[in-house]
Design a protein around this ligand. Structure first.
Ligand code: ZN
Length: 366
C-alpha cells in the first residue's frame, strides 16, 4: 500500500474538504491493503519491502502480525472455578495440608506442617495475597520458599513475603538469579543438583531436576502423600502451550519432559498457569498435540520446495529465500493441524503459528 501523506501547507488536502478527501484516500488504502492480504490476487505488483499476495492455500487462522476479527471461543474444558473478586485469589485444598493458590492465570502452592509453612513459588500478580491465603487455613509462619525456576513471573513476589525463610532451588536457578540481581527474587540459600528431599514435620516434598526444557533449573516438585506433581510452564491443562512451546529454551527437552510427566505416578498436576489443575488426560492430550505438530512440521519441511514463488529479483538474497520457504512450511503445518485441534485446545488460533515456526526450527537445527 502506498502511504498517502502530504505535509505541504499548500496541499489541496488541507482545509476541511481536504481533510475529508485525505480521510477517503486513507480508507481506500486500508481497504486496498485488506484486499491484498486476504484476496487471492491483487493484480498489482508491490514495491520492495511491501506485503504482496498471500501464499497459496493460506490457513483461515490469521498468521502472526495480522489482526484477528474474533479469536476462537474457549472450550468449556479449559475453564476452571471462578475467582471471588472480593478476595482476588482462589484457594484449592489438595489434601493433607497442601494448597494451591491461584488468580486463574498463575498458580502457586503452600504446604502446612506442624511448625510452619513451605511456599512454592510467589507470582508477583498475587503474592500479596499469599499470607492471607495461608491465614485462611493456618496460624503458622512461612519458614521455607521453593523456587520452581528463576522466572520473575513465578517468583517475583518472594521478597514481599517478608521474614528470612530458607529458599530452596536447583543450582542453575541460583546462577540465573545471581545474573538477574533482582532484589525481588532473593538468592536461594539451599541448592541442589539432581534431587532434594525436604522433610518438615511429617510432610515431604521431593524435588528433582530433569535437565533443560523450559529453562535451566526448572524442577519437578512432587508431594508423595498428596500425590500432587507441580511442574511449571510445561503443560497447560485444556490450553495450547504459551507461544513457542511456552518459550522452551530446549524444544526436544520440552517434549521429553511432557513424556516424563505423562509416565509419572500422580493424581493432580499443578502446571503454574491457567484456571484449573491438570489430570493425566490433559497430559495425554498435550503429548498427542506434540506428536502431531512434530509430524506436521516434519512433513511440511520434507514436501515444501525451497524458492517456489520467490521473486527472481530476490535470488541473491538467501535470507529472503529462507523466509519464503519457512513461511510456506508453517502455513502447511497450520493447515494440517487445524481440523483436529482448533476446537480441542483453547487458544489454538492464538499460538498455532508460533508452535509451527518453533517446531520447524527445532527440527531443522536441534
Ligand atoms: Zn517460566
Amino acid at each position: 500500500m502506498a502511504k498517502e501523506t502530504n505535509g505541504d501547507r499548500r496541499s489541496p488536502f488541507t482545509g476541511s474538504s481536504g481533510r475529508f478527501f485525505l480521510g477517503v484516500l486513507i480508507m481506500a488504502g486500508v481497504f486496498a491493503c485488506a484486499a491484498a492480504a486476504y484476496g487471492q490476487s491483487s493484480g498489482s505488483s508491490s514495491a520492495p519491502g511491501e506485503a504482496g499476495e498471500p501464499y497459496p492455500n493460506m490457513p483461515s487462522i490469521a498468521p502472526i502480525g495480522v489482526r484477528i476479527a474474533k479469536y476462537l471461543d474457549v472450550p468449556a474444558s479449559a475453564l476452571g472455578p471462578a475467582i471471588d473478586p472480593a478476595k482476588g485469589y482462589r484457594l484449592q485444598d489438595l489434601g493433607k495440608g497442601l494448597y494451591m493458590i491461584t488468580d486463574n492465570a498463575y498458580q502457586s502452592m503452600f504446604l502446612v506442617y506442624d511448625r510452619g509453612v513451605v511456599v512454592i513459588d510467589a507470582p508477583p500478580g498475587f503474592a500479596a495475597h499469599i499470607p492471607q491465603a495461608i491465614a485462611d487455613v493456618s496460624d503458622k509462619q512461612i519458614t521455607h520458599i521453593i523456587y520452581s525456576h528463576s522466572h520473575i513471573d513465578h517468583i517475583g513476589g518472594a521478597r514481599a513475603l517478608g521474614g528470612h525463610p530458607i529458599i530452596i532451588a536447583q543450582e542453575e536457578t541460583l546462577r540465573l538469579l545471581k545474573r538477574a540481581a533482582d532484589p525481588n527474587r532473593p538468592l536461594p540459600t539451599v541448592t541442589f543438583s539432581d534431587k532434594y528431599t525436604l522433610r518438615v514435620g511429617n510432610q515431604v516434598l521431593e524435588l528433582s531436576y530433569h535437565g533443560n526444557a523450559h529453562e535451566p533449573g526448572n524442577i519437578f516438585i512432587y508431594a508423595p502423600a498428596q500425590r500432587v506433581l507441580m511442574v511449571v510452564d510445561i503443560v497447560f491443562p485444556g490450553w495450547m502451550p504459551w507461544r513457542r512451546f511456552a518459550l522452551a529454551q530446549d524444544i526436544p527437552g520440552y517434549f521429553a519432559q511432557v513424556e516424563e510427566i505423562r509416565k509419572m505416578d500422580w493424581d493432580t498436576l499443578v502446571g503454574g498457569h491457567v484456571a484449573r489443575t491438570g489430570t493425566h488426560a490433559d497430559v495425554e492430550v498435550q503429548a498427542e498435540f506434540n506428536r502431531d505438530v512434530k509430524q506436521a512440521a516434519a512433513t511440511a519441511l520434507a514436501t515444501t520446495k525451497p524458492g517456489e514463488g520467490l521473486n527472481p529479483l530476490d535470488k541473491a538474497n538467501p535470507w529472503a529465500g529462507f523466509d519464503n520457504y519457512i513461511d510456506r512450511v508453517a502455513a502447511q503445518c497450520v493447515n494440517t493441524l487445524g481440523p483436529k485441534w482448533s476446537t480441542k485446545l483453547a487458544g489454538f488460533d492464538v499460538y498455532i503459528w508460533d508452535q509451527c515456526y518453533a517446531m520447524e526450527q527445532s527440527l531443522r537445527i536441534e
